[in-house]
Design a protein around this ligand. Structure first.
Ligand SMILES: Nc1nc2c(ncn2[C@@H]2O[C@H](COP(=O)(O)OP(=O)(O)OP(=O)(O)O)[C@@H](O)[C@H]2O)c(=O)[nH]1
Length: 326
């Protein structure tokens, strides 16, 4: 489990009762730069030690990350023999794309989201249009055209209905060539001239241009600095000791996401009837689903946003709700 914030909200949602399932948390974003204390590298080593036990490794970075550090780590001499970089996927929040949330021209938060999205597309072999259940054909074609325009080198565009995708479309694609996949120079689909053109050379990650950025040198540290985390994206956790009025809370959180540059809210709350709910919001789209009851668990919400003031969010919650949040 890798999460942007310091608290794992997704882990309790996963059903890990199946025998043999272990869950390990890699907090604070996926920092895959090696060295002591690098949880990702340590996890890869552990997986390599149990090579016989699995066929595929699916690495999900946080939604604010670009997978370059992961790709570089997989290509280091330590791991290149044990792991084959198969394909890089980007999962697109299609309604947000169509709303223009990743277009340039907005405020700083939107510009940063646009830049992260474009960088994710640049390194993607497969783009998956997700959350399309409420969209008609015209909207889907528009989304597809948008992705194709931004990322002509993406090789496959897939649709995921209800967040479901056939594993045959995602695993074993072998888009990065030989087992010793030290270069990223595979042909791309499209026009015949495209077919002869290599993808960006991601081995050295040196001096190529990134969308609207000028060509610049990619050392690991510049990637870490620019792409892995725009430091403007921050998260904080709020808790409340009291049972919640769920509809009122959802409405208030939705309003907070309309007023402040909040990207994600997730957490768990209990209501006066003793029911527990998992709260999930992406921008102002919010939902609550039944969650396993845990008597001692706090009401907690994680906010992820761009320079969002914790103090102001608390004020907004206090103004609208009788329950204390801090
Ligand atoms: N209607 C619909 N909702 C979806 C779909 N996929 C995800 N969601 C909902 O969107 C909310 C957030 O999920 P995602 O956007 O997938 O979360 P994520 O990108 O993994 O976010 P992080 O946890 O921050 O990494 C949850 O409430 C999901 O149930 C979909 O295909 N259709």
């Amino acid at each position: 489990m890798n999460e942007f914030g310091e608290v794992s909200i997704d882990a309790p949602l996963l059903d890990t009762r199946e025998e043999g399932v272990e869950l390990h948390d890699v907090h604070g974003g996926l920092l895959a730069y090696g060295g002591e204390g690098d949880a990702f590298t340590a996890t890869l080593r552990a997986l390599r030690g149990r090579r016989h036990a699995f066929d595929h490794v699916l690495i999900e970075t946080s939604g604010l990350a670009v997978p370059t550090a992961v790709m570089v780590t997989l290509q280091t001499p330590e791991f290149a023999d044990a792991f084959l970089l198969d394909a890089t996927l980007v999962v697109v929040d299609t309604p947000l794309l169509l709303e223009g949330a990743f277009s340039t021209g907005g405020d700083a938060a939107q510009a940063s989201a646009a830049s992260v999205f474009d960088a994710q597309l640049e390194y993607a072999d497969v783009a998956v249009l997700n959350k399309i259940d409420g969209l008609d054909d015209a909207a889907l074609l528009q989304a597809e055209a948008d992705v194709r325009y931004r990322a002509p080198r993406v090789r496959f565009l897939e649709l995921a209905y209800g967040a479901r995708l056939d594993t045959q479309l995602t695993l074993g694609l072998n888009l990065h060539g030989t087992r010793r996949a030290v270069t990223h120079a595979a042909p791309v689909s499209g026009t015949p001239s495209d077919l002869a053109a290599p993808l960006h050379d991601h081995t050295t990650l040196d001096g190529h241009s990134h969308g609207d950025l000028d060509a610049h040198v990619h050392s690991l540290s510049t990637h870490q600095h620019f792409h892995e985390h725009d430091p403007g994206w921050q998260s904080f956790r709020l808790t409340s000791p009291e049972p919640q009025d769920l509809p009122a809370l959802l409405k208030t959180v939705q309003n907070v996401a309309r007023v402040f540059p909040v990207l994600r809210v997730k957490g768990f709350v209990g209501d006066a009837q003793g029911e527990r709910h998992a709260v999930q919001a992406v921008r102002s789209r919010i939902e609550a689903l039944p969650a396993p009851a845990r008597a001692d668990a706090p009401n907690e919400l994680i906010f992820i946003g761009y320079h969002v003031s914790r103090k102001k969010v608390i004020e907004a919650l206090q103004k609208a709700l009788p329950q204390v949040w801090s």
